[in-house]
Design a protein around this ligand. Structure first.
Ligand code: HMG
Length: 440
């Protein structure tokens, strides 16, 4: 079967930065460690006055097309994943195509455009749609442009305020990709949940503590479902495991759950038995509650073993680097976790080509999806072409009162005037909706 997957990827971060230790924690009267260690976050990105989900998405896509020498003719579909859309009719992909048509000779009249919504997992769903379209043989030799773009903002003083972020990821999906090939096996965990939702409202209503439990429950189901088609996973099967990362602390909780599951009935569980016993079995407990508690106790012990710590340092920690500096990008989040992992491999000379990653996506509401990816020989060149570090370092560091102005502007749907903090540099800028997204 033809290899299909991500050929290239580019990101665009919002140009403003809120430092959680220096700026956010003192205002909240909190120890900075709550954010830097507890949540694992150093800073969040925010859009400047001339940025929004369209400009960030279009700028990421333009960087990608420019670098890969792509013309509109090469792209047969444009799928945008977002949970920050402003138009209930016209998909954001049409606005992004409109921007790109200003700088290319051709147009996207031939391209099928759409918008995907299922909270953060929509980015991966769009990727899956693109892969399926190519596998079905309907692409006529063209690739798909997938853009995941969001402004992830919470109401002021909501517990989620520390986990905000803004940015876009653009991916080009093709046959014989340079970056990663996607497995056709997928596992799902999906249920109607109401812990995080935005029914006709700007900021989410969130039950933060419950959202953590829902994330873990759906992720466990997805892993079991994935194994039902791919066979049992072993921790050594995967070089990296990028998770949806609302904040790195969430991934710490999900990782131990995944590891416990993968070591069941393996030599690792047997080797650890002297230290922490073997895993509790349901048949040994009178109630589901007692069994769940025993599992939690086992995972607490497991987290402190050297075997787990080493696996976590090698397989999970490298996926968290970018996200710890930019915050939650919702639909783009798991894709920057993948980028972090690939970048880590290049920086540390990890021989990654041909190796596998397990990619664990999640969206509130709620659904988890797990699939595997095989890294392609061209990955190093792709990673070296990314300028994500320069983008992160170039952000304007907001003071508290500046942050309040930026947040207010989003709260009032851009009717609040805001002077830009940075200057656009050969990029699309927000200047009203529709064809007025000028490139300056
Ligand atoms: P909180 O209640 O303010 O924080 O909000 P906390 O008191 O639970 O503290 C967080 C962690 O820091 C805890 O560690 C503390 O112990 C630790 P944990 O128990 O989790 O291991 N801590 C410290 N550590 C070191 N030094 C200190 C210190 N103080 C405390 N001094 C919460 C946390 C996640 C609830 C909040 O940020 C929130 O509501 N976030 C938004 C919701 C969210 O991100 N949920 C995650 C799962 S749902 C999801 O991922 C989907 C999503 O992306 C949306 C979508 O799909 O569209 C959100």
């Amino acid at each position: 079967m033809t290899a299909v997957g991500i050929d290239a990827m580019e990101v665009w971060t919002g140009k403003l930065k809120l430092d959680l230790a220096e700026t956010f924690a003192p205002q909240k009267g909190d120890d900075p460690g709550k954010y830097t260690k507890g949540l694992g976050l150093h800073a969040s990105s925010f859009p400047d006055a001339y940025e929004d989900i369209v400009t960030m998405g279009a700028n990421a896509a333009h960087r990608l097309m420019d670098r890969k020498g792509l013309e509109p003719e090469d792209i047969g579909r444009i799928d945008v994943a977002t949970e920050s859309a402003f138009d209930n009719s016209k998909p954001v992909s049409t606005y992004i195509a409109g921007c790109l048509e200003q700088v290319y000779d051709g147009d996207f009249h031939h391209a099928n455009k759409g918008e995907r919504k299922f909270a953060c997992i929509a980015g991966t769903q769009s990727l899956d749609d693109a892969v399926n379209w190519i596998l079905a043989g309907r692409n006529r030799g063209r690739g798909a442009l997938v853009v995941a773009t969001d402004t992830a903002l919470y109401a002021r003083d909501d517990a989620g305020e520390a986990t905000q972020g803004a940015g876009a990821v653009a991916m080009y999906i093709t046959e014989d990709p340079d970056l990663v090939e996607l497995s056709t096996e997928q596992g799902y965990g999906s249920a109607d949940e109401t812990d995080f939702l935005k029914p006709n409202q700007q900021f989410p209503s969130v039950d933060g503590k419950r959202s953590i439990q829902v994330y873990l429950a759906r992720m466990r189901e997805a892993l079991e479902d994935f194994e039902s088609v791919s066979g049992k996973s072993h921790p050594d099967d995967y070089e990296y495991i990028p998770f949806h990362t609302p904040y790195p602390g969430m991934v710490r909780k999900a990782a131990v759950l995944g590891y416990r599951h993968m070591i069941r009935d393996t030599e690792i569980e047997a080797e650890l038995a002297d230290q922490i016993g073997t895993q509790p079995r349901r048949e040994d407990f009178d109630s589901a509650e007692a069994f769940e508690q025993a599992i939690r106790d086992y995972m607490d012990e497991l987290k402190n073993t050297e075997a787990y710590r080493e696996w976590y340092a090698d397989t999970i920690e490298p996926t968290l680097d970018i996200s710890s500096h930019v915050g939650n990008w919702y639909t783009g989040s798991v894709h920057i976790a993948r980028m972090s992992a690939l970048r880590h491999a290049v920086e540390n000379d990890v021989d990654l080509a041909g190796k596998r990653m397990l990619v664990a996506s999640y969206g509130s509401g709620a659904q988890a999806e797990i699939h595997a990816e095989t890294v392609q020989p061209g990955f190093e060149e792709e990673v070296l072409a990314s300028n994500i570090d320069e983008q992160i370092d170039a952000r304007y560091d907001l003071s508290w009162s500046e942050y309040e102005q930026v947040h207010d502007r989003h709260n009032h749907e851009k009717s609040v005037e805001l002077e830009p903090f940075t200057q656009p540099d050969s990029e699309f800028v927000f200047d009203g909706w529709g064809p007025m997204n000028e490139r300056k």
